[in-house]
Design a protein. Structure first.
Lengths: 316, 383
């Protein structure tokens, strides 16, 4: 598809404002067409349109991303499914167990997006410590050798996912550890993601700050002996002509979508802007666009192919 | 004729870590949980290459067979050596219509609010087909494998707190579906105490009916003290054949691969789990043949020797198995969880041949059948 990794975004609750289908095509029976049905359609659209993955943000008022993600994985073939979850939502072993089954069922298509609450000071350090313990245990038991660890938040003794039944000496096929996505660019977040993330996602698009944070992060990751890739969240409104895109963006904003700062323009211009982020070291784009199903096709067909018009140095 | 709301829900077990082709053959030949052998059907690989399917595909076939055969739903157990029931249920939900998912899980492993949200999403996704099998853990090294170092009685206190939190948090989920029914396992005093407060169904492995009846009495008494009415569920493997002889022949052929040290091991199992201790007590010290493990008509206590299953199963003709299930209703069972090998074909067989003979609540109005002649009930001691 592209030298870039391009991910699609699916919020875990009904879009607001609600889609208004004509009465003739609406099934009025209660509960017959649920948000999960819509989510499956969006996931299939993203899968068919060639996106690499689907990010499922964790919204406490929305659907739970692990459950939704499993249902979506069953209905897609290629998409990496990336549920966002908080390290405290399950024990470290149980998060790894959920992940192992997911990898077994869906051919290694799981990604993790770690949710670290935006709290202050020591509490935030505790959140990262917990995330760190989660990663240490999950990676530690992701093998055949019994693993022990006693942490402040999580512990395990004799854990090993691939040698599950000593009595029968049963061993199952190795599976890839989920691809770990982290976000946030404050110093605590950078220190954590340098040690444990595969991809660090930025939300702010200021090129100067991006350059500075990426350079700093590369040094931290190198100290940990690791390479990390970088990604950017981008709301996008792209049309054939700039003016069409601007009109559409204004309509979305008027309808209540937070698209004021969306990357807006013709396909060629938006692609050029994205390629410029590529020059800064961004290799992953998490694209947010509405309506989710239709835009997956539009952006897959018109925008993504232009990202490689000028071949880029692959980063990370 | 029983009225619909008095129906006894009958669940079938979904095998969560591979399946055996019969009681006679030990290795799991279905699924990739054991190394491939001649005759393996291991979805996921074809001629050594990944083929785009996975063990989930087989689980879905079992669920569809059970659904077609008239089962109310399925139990999805959870152990270190199994796939995870939450992920499996979410994936199977859209491939089935009425099949309920009885998800086994230990409350200590999930944050209560997280479990609430997972359940509410799965309720919406499946349109109200979620059921819980709350387990509190067998203790020992397996509990440490899970990263859980909380002691036995404290685990039950934790379970009780978890369920209270979940029920409190449910209304905020704004779903039209209720809190899933809670099937609660555990044989210790701490377990029965927690069950009396929170269980919709108190779930037990099959034991000798006299022991089961006494156990139910304890639960009933404890629940009554809390002003609640206890309901009961029994879980049993069944070997049902057109004739009793054919059913016992399966047992005999399976028995041929049992090694004496397995019997010894089962007898001497030093488990923290009170339920496991009770089942171990049904094992004779020495067994010269499979018949030594017959503890009552059609009840055989060697099922655990033939695979990773609970100890006691029902063996007999279709009529006898149905009669024994009726017996369970007579001693108080309000729900049943059955299983057989292989899970796919046996779901269809039991659905077609046994369930139509099962009287359900109507069994309460029918005199118990005379037990078949020629099957001796051995004396046993529950220590």
């Amino acid at each position: 598809m592209s030298a870039f990794e391009v991910l699609w975004t699916l919020p875990s609750r009904e879009p607001r404002p609600q889609r208004r289908f004509a009465h003739s095509v609406r099934d009025e029976r209660r509960g017959r067409f649920t948000y999960a049905d819509y989510a499956v359609q969006v996931a299939r659209a993203a899968d068919l349109a060639g996106f690499h993955g689907l990010l499922l943000p964790n919204d406490s008022d929305g659907e739970e991303p692990w459950i939704l993600g499993s249902a979506l994985a069953r209905e897609t073939r290629h998409l990496r499914i990336i549920p966002e979850f908080a390290p405290e939502s399950a024990s470290a072993v149980y998060s790894a167990k959920l992940s192992f089954t997911f990898q077994r069922f869906f051919n290694d298509r799981l990604g993790w997006l770690l949710q670290i609450d935006d709290v202050a000071g020591d509490e935030r350090n505790d959140r990262f410590l917990r995330a760190e313990e989660l990663l240490v245990i999950a990676e530690g038991i992701w093998g055949e050798t019994p693993f022990d660890y006693a942490g402040r938040f999580f512990s395990v003794a004799g854990g090993a996912l691939f040698a599950l039944h000593p009595r029968q000496n049963v061993r199952v096929d190795a599976r890839r550890f989920p691809t770990v996505y982290a976000r946030d660019d404050d110093d605590a977040a950078l220190a954590f993601s340098a040690r444990h993330a595969d991809v660090l996602l930025f939300t702010g698009r200021d090129p100067q700050r991006l350059s500075e944070r990426i350079a700093r992060h590369r040094r931290l990751a190198a100290e940990a002996g690791r390479g990390v890739r970088y990604g950017l969240h981008v709301p996008v409104v792209a049309r054939e002509y700039d003016a069409e895109a601007q009109t559409e963006r204004d309509r979305l904003v008027a309808a209540g979508y937070a698209f004021e700062n969306a990357l807006t323009g013709s396909y060629a211009n938006v692609a050029q802007r994205l390629r410029a982020y590529g020059e800064l070291g961004i290799g992953t784009f998490v694209i947010d666009a509405v309506p989710r199903l239709e835009e997956a096709y539009r952006i897959g067909e018109y925008l993504v192919p232009l990202l490689d018009a000028q071949p880029l140095r692959r980063t990370g | 004729m029983a009225v619909p709301d008095e129906r006894i829900p009958i669940y079938w077990r979904i095998p969560m870590s591979g399946d055996m082709s019969s009681w006679r053959n030990a290795p799991k030949t279905r699924g990739d949980w054991t190394p491939p052998a001649a005759g393996s059907i291991a979805p996921g690989r074809r001629d050594g290459e990944a083929d785009g399917s996975s063990y989930l595909d087989y689980m879905i076939e079992v669920a569809r067979a059970a659904e077609a055969a008239g089962f109310y739903g399925g139990l999805l157990p959870s152990f270190p050596e199994t796939d995870d029931p939450w992920i499996a249920s979410a994936a199977i939900a859209r491939a089935t219509t009425t099949f309920r998912f009885m998800i086994a899980f230990q409350p200590g492993f999930l944050d209560a609010l997280q479990a609430t949200r997972m359940s509410a999403t799965l309720q919406r996704l499946s349109r109200g087909r979620v059921v819980y099998n709350i387990i509190t853990g067998g203790g020992g090294p397996q509990q440490h494998w899970w990263g859980d170092f909380v002691e036995h009685d404290a685990r039950y206190a934790r379970t009780a707190e978890f369920l209270a939190t979940l029920k409190d948090a449910w209304p905020a989920q704004r779903t039209e579906f209720p809190v899933p029914d809670i099937y609660f396992s555990g044989s210790s005093d701490a377990a029965i105490d927690a069950a009396s407060a929170h269980a919709d169904y108190y779930l037990s492995w099959l034991e000798h009916p006299d022991d089961l009846e006494r156990k139910f009495d304890r639960v009933r008494e404890r629940a009554a003290q809390r002003g609640r009415t206890a309901r009961f569920a029994v879980r049993a493997h069944v070997i049902a054949r057109p004739t009793e002889e054919e059913a016992w022949r399966e047992v005999r052929l399976g028995w041929e691969r049992v090694r004496p040290e397995q019997i010894e091991m089962l007898r001497n199992r030093k488990a923290e789990s009170v339920g496991s201790q009770r089942l171990a007590a049904y094992q004779p010290g020495v067994a010269s043949g499979y018949k030594d493990l017959i503890i009552a008509p059609n009840l055989w206590s060697g099922i655990a020797l033939l695979g990773d299953f609970p100890t006691i199963g029902i063996v007999g003709s279709y009529e006898q198995v149905a009669d024994r299930l009726d017996d369970l209703v007579r001693i108080g069972a309000d729900a049943l969880i059955l299983a057989g090998l292989p899970h796919l074909e046996e779901a269809l067989r039991v659905g077609e041949e046994v369930l139509p003979l099962f009287n359900g609540r109507a069994a309460l109005d029918i005199a118990p059948p005379r037990v078949a002649a020629g099957v001796s009930s051995l004396p046993y001691v529950l220590t």
